[in-house]
Design a binder for this molecule. Sequence first.
Ligand code: NAP
Length: 458
Amino acid sequence: MAIATINPFTGETEQTFEAHTEEEVERRIARAQAAFEVLRETSFAQRAEWMHRAADLLEEDVEEAARLITLEMGRPIKGARAEVLKAAKGLRFYADNAEQFLAPEPLADPAAVGASAAGTRYAPIGIVLAVMPWNYPIWQVLRFAGPALMAGNTGLLKHASNVPQAALYLDTLFERAGFPEGSFHSLLIPASRVEGVLRDPRVKAATLTGSEPAGRSLASISGSEVKHVVLELGGSDPFIVMPSADIERAATVAVTARNQNNGQSCIAGKRFIVHADVYDEFTELFARKTAALKLGDPFEESTDIGPLATEGGRDELAGQVEDAVAKGARVLAGGKAPEGAGWFYEPTVLADITPEMRLHLEEAFGPVATVYRAESREEALRIANGTTFGLSSAVWTQDADEQEWFIDRLDAGAVFVNGMTASYPELPFGGVKDSGVGRELAAVGIREFCNLKTVWRG
Ligand code: NAP
């Protein structure tokens, strides 16, 4: 894929960028290594000061950074601003908590191991390569970079090829904030050159957020290099509605859960599994509220749904819907790409999904919801767990026993009860099954890229 800003609202190429030469990539790796040698010697207090400054810069730059998001991937401007501010909050969270998360842990009874003192401490590991997607071009990157730099590591970013201006904005952010030169930089390279960077001995680990094929490729290279990897891959999250739920509220939240960020969120509710007792009521409300969403220019403040980020993504989604409809799915809302410029797709609700349909097993990366009827909680669970994905899940029920029953049995990295899945710096984030390995955010997220060092003193 060419490295270019292509406006999804018009389909016009705004700007193209030359990939970095091999010499430039080498220079950036060398600078990241030199920065690591400096950063590892700095105190948490010093890093925290720089990290807060980076958050200040983001807040000062909110309009410009949000404009880049909306321009390059079509996210409605209100959401784009919220993304930038959330990223700033994430940086502050790690500025304030990294030292405590990485505090040495002494063994309570060192005599048990024949020591006068023993325990563990967290040490930084060096350069971490981050391969990132376009769907949250600022937040997704900074939720990696915040903990990485606070731990004393340095970062190299290979951003998605369709968000180069976001990549270039992030390229200078940490240096502007005072971090040593080389602490965090972008590599403008195509996916085909990731392997060379990852095999460089100075690069100690990698994280990738993106599709399953990309994740598998990175994991196999990391495996052959014996390098640690964190993968945040796709999802097809269930959103279960049981009879005791507040149906009106569930339907309203379901619309947001499915259509946030134009439906291009890994943790979007994608499969809506509704108990037969409330199926008609829920689906009617869900379809009506979905159809009321306003499509349009993502720079308009009142727009709910902008264009999809890429033409290929829109065509893929249209193909999935066509396949389902041809095999008997019922369209309750939307169902097609509107005429005219821009890579729009109507917010869509499909019922009567069967296992032969692509949408039953594949992730729908756009504003398309599938609805399933379940006769019992057992059937709801079977449908929910019946995919290769396991990122997150949501269950709506007022019944405390039923809540526990689902929490224990949903095969997912998270369960949200009477709400929609969202990411918070305070809570771990990540999936099971084909949705990934490892966790981001919270204490566990910063520890992923540390050397957990055992210390024993005689
Ligand atoms: P993608 O094609 O996998 O791209 C993601 C990143 O990986 C881009 O930087 C891309 O570079 C790079 N890449 C692609 N193939 C690669 C390979 N073989 N080796 C190394 N790097 C490679 O993903 P996408 O389709 O743009 O993004 C959507 C996917 O991301 C969805 O499946 C979504 O669910 C998932 N996602 C997951 C999370 C999560 O936290 N779990 C969050 C957001 C998105 P190029 O752009 O140059 O190809």
